[in-house]
Each structure stands twice: as structure tokens, then as C-alpha cells.
Design a protein around this ligand. Structure first.
Ligand code: ZN
Length: 424
């Protein structure tokens, strides 16, 4: 008599070719974001596979948001499979939008080519391989005929790469993913098949707008050059904020370890006649700087913002001509899964069973849809775990290993088996 675990693992092994082919089929749909191409086609393709795996399927369009247009509709897909026994609801969510291919490819970015044990293509790791793994994990339980309780939900959502507002955030806002209804959420993002990702730092994007005074470029002494003022300000921020950030440390196990501190990145600068083909001699009267500050769970947003305000106040005190304004562009609070979450324990046991070694708990350097699950849906038991490797995300010649795909499917299947055990 084989055990339920053995039967499930065997069913995944037998589905190896189907898993890879389904992931390749998704890679061949170029769901490039921006602008958000082929979303409906991809949602319907995932929907058909969900139906074939015994799920009820809903397509959920995000109407009422400016990015949802006739040309680029925002279409999400959610599948539900209930068992007759009571039990928790486990929701597996993958985004199906991908970043543009970019340059430097040695093969067709949307060809879905399988070669030397790897599935190549934009989105293979981030994260269509993860969607395939989630789907076939649920299917392996069904094919193995094991008895489980509760409900499995699998969603394919849009726009994660641009913030996820029409995707997971929308499903959370309409209560489709919500505390009280959804117990556990697993996001198969590419963070390596032996790692469980338990959260991320906070994000504060902000803009500094410096205003100067226009004058003829041959007589700059008659104006106030906003670019010069912005450059001095930036230098001050570098000295008075960024140098200090290099000495901060977080208890979060962020990978890579260089990101285990607060960071500051200058995202954009524009000033003067930046978009003019022909230049006229003028003193720049406006310069904008966009900054990306990643903050730690050990910091509050108010403290982080106060650092910048203090620098601005000191700069203004030393320079009566300085006219600068600070605006928030985006705020994401840090999230962290409780370390005693049953979800982490179940995934860890499954990784040991499949890979023969313990899983590493890490945190992500950047944010992903976990923020919406935690902040809007109010669900604390959420992690990312999937087949793709972190270093492959957004790279030229992106790939997902076929063995990684199969291993992660096994891990997800055993995790579902554990979480959905019917009451004795
Ligand atoms: Zn992703």
C-alpha cells in the first residue's frame, strides 16, 4: 500500500511533460506589461486548464480603473475547487503579466523553447512556471484520489509588474481574496525552489520639485537655475541620508544580503528643456527628482519622511533662493509573515520531503503582490514559493529549469495535502 504522499509525488512525476508544456503555452502568449497585451487570451487559457482540472472558473474584469480599456482590458481568472469535507481555503495566486523582453536575447523571447532541461522565455520564471506548478499541484491531488477537505483556489492576475492594482489588489478590494474567507495564500513568484519568502521591506517613492527663475542662458546670474539647486540638494541627501542608511540593519532575512538595510535610489531626474529637439538658451526654472526609498520594518514611514524634511529645512535655511516641494508618489508598508505560520511549517516539511534539505526562509528585496494580500485582504498567512530562480527574473534569456518546475509542483502538492487534511 502506498501512502498518500507517495501517490501524489508519483502523479506529479507522471505529469512532468504536461506541466512543462502548459508553462510553455503560457510563455507563448506575450502578455507584455506595459501596456498589458493579450490578458484576456491568457486568462482564458488558464481558465480552460482550470476547468479541465475540475475547477469552477470566473473571469473578473477590473472595470472602473483607468488602465482597463477596450484595447487593453484587465482580465483576471479565478478557479475554485471545493471538497465535500470542511477545511480551510488555500489560494494560489500567480500574475501572468510579464515585463517587456528587452534586448540581448539569443532566442525568441516568446517562443517557449524547451532545451537542455530548461524552459526559456520571458515569464518562464517570473512567473508562468509558477502558475503551471500551482495548477498541476492541485491536479496531482485529484489524480492521486487522496481525500482532502476545504477549498483550493487558483488565480491568474494582471499588472503585478506595475503594482498589481487591477490584479490582486482588485480581487482583495471586492472581497474575492479576504480574511475570513481565505486562510492561506501562496504566491509562486521566482525566489528559488528551496526558499520560502516571508515578506519584503517598505517602499516610499517621493518627488522633489525644485523651482528656479528663468533667465537668458548667456546671463545665468539673472536667474536661479533649478538644476543647480537640485544637484546641490541631491548631494546633501547623499551625504546626510544615504551614508547613514548604509549602516542600518534589518532582522529580515532579505536575499541578497546586501539588501538587509535601508536603501535609496535616484529613480529619475528631469529639468530644463529635456524633451526639446532644439535647445534655446535658458536658465532652467524647474527640476524634478524622483527617489525610491526602501525602508525597514524597524523604521516608520513618518521617521523616514522626517529625514528628508529635515534635510530640506536645513537646505532652505542655508539658501534663501531654494524653492523645493516634497510629494509622496507611492507608499507600501513592509510585510512579514508570522514565523510560526502553519503555512511556513507545511512548506518547509514539503521542501525537506522533496529536496531532502530544509527550506531557507528569506525576504524579498523588492515588493510583490504579498502587500495587497496583507494590507487590503488582511490575510497574515501569505508566502511566496515557486519554481523560478530569483536571478532569472527580468533577465535576457530568462529560463525556468524543468526539474525545478517538477520539484516545486511536488512541494506545492504536498503542502496542499498537509493544509487540507480533513478533520479526523
Ligand atoms: Zn513576478
Amino acid at each position: 500500500m502506498s501512502t498518500a504522499v507517495e501517490r501524489v509525488l508519483r502523479r506529479v512525476e507522471e505529469a512532468r511533460e504536461e506541466i512543462v508544456q502548459f508553462a510553455a503555452q503560457l510563455v507563448r502568449i506575450p502578455t507584455v506589461n506595459p501596456p498589458g497585451e493579450h490578458y484576456r487570451e491568457c486568462a482564458e487559457t488558464i481558465g480552460r486548464q482550470l476547468v479541465a482540472c475540475g475547477f469552477e472558473v470566473e473571469l473578473i474584469e477590473t472595470t472602473g480603473r483607468p488602465e482597463h480599456t477596450a484595447q487593453y482590458p484587465r482580465v483576471n481568472v479565478v478557479g475554485t475547487r471545493r471538497s465535500s469535507e470542511p477545511g480551510p481555503t488555500v489560494h494560489l495566486n500567480g500574475h501572468f503579466d510579464v515585463v517587456p523582453a528587452g534586448g540581448g536575447w539569443s532566442l525568441e523571447p516568446f517562443g517557449g523553447e524547451i532545451r537542455d532541461g530548461r524552459l526559456y522565455g520571458r515569464g518562464s520564471a517570473d512567473m508562468k512556471g509558477g502558475i503551471a506548478a500551482a495548477l498541476f499541484a492541485a491536479e496531482a491531488l485529484r489524480r492521486a484520489g487522496v481525500s482532502t477537505g476545504g477549498t483550493i483556489e487558483i488565480s491568474g492576475t494582471v499588472d503585478e509588474e506595475s503594482g498589481g492594482f487591477a490584479g490582486v489588489a482588485h480581487l482583495a478590494e471586492i472581497g474575492r481574496i479576504a480574511a475570513g474567507r481565505t486562510d492561506y495564500v501562496i504566491i509562486p513568484e521566482p525566489l528559488d525552489p528551496d526558499r520560502i519568502c516571508v515578506g519584503h521591506r517598505g517602499v516610499w517613492w517621493h518627488r522633489l520639485t525644485v523651482r528656479g527663475k528663468m533667465a537668458h542662458g548667456s546671463m545665468p546670474f539673472l536667474g536661479v537655475n533649478a538644476i543647480d539647486k537640485a544637484a546641490a540638494l541631491l548631494e546633501r541627501i547623499r551625504r546626510e541620508i544615504d551614508e547613514g542608511l548604509q549602516r542600518t540593519r534589518t532582522s529580515m532575512p532579505i536575499e541578497p544580503p546586501e539588501a538587509r538595510r535601508a536603501t535609496l535610489n535616484v529613480n529619475a531626474i528631469r529639468g530644463g528643456q529635456f524633451d526639446q529637439a532644439l535647445q534655446t538658451p535658458c536658465v532652467a526654472d524647474r527640476c524634478e527628482i524622483v527617489l525610491d526609498r526602501r525602508f525597514l520594518p524597524e523604521e516608520t514611514l513618518d521617521e523616514v519622511r522626517a529625514q528628508v524634511q529635515a534635510v530640506l529645512a536645513a537646505a532652505r535655511a542655508g539658501d534663501p533662493d531654494l524653492d523645493v516641494e516634497l510629494e509622496d508618489l507611492l507608499v507600501v508598508e513592509p510585510v512579514r509573515t508570522p514565523s510560526d505560520s502553519p503555512l511556513i511549517a507545511a512548506l518547509d516539511r514539503s521542501v525537506r520531503e522533496v529536496l531532502g534539505r530544509p527550506a531557507e526562509c528569506i525576504a524579498s528585496p523588492g515588493t510583490y503582490d504579498h502587500k495587497h494580500v496583507a494590507r487590503i485582504a488582511g490575510i497574515e498567512h501569505c508566502v511566496a514559493y515557486g519554481p523560478g530562480r530569483l536571478v532569472q527574473a527580468h533577465q535576457a534569456d530568462e529560463w525556468c529549469g524543468v526539474q525545478d518546475l517538477v520539484d516545486a509542483t511536488k512541494v506545492l502538492a504536498l503542502t496542499l495535502l498537509e493544509l487540507l487534511q480533513p478533520p479526523p
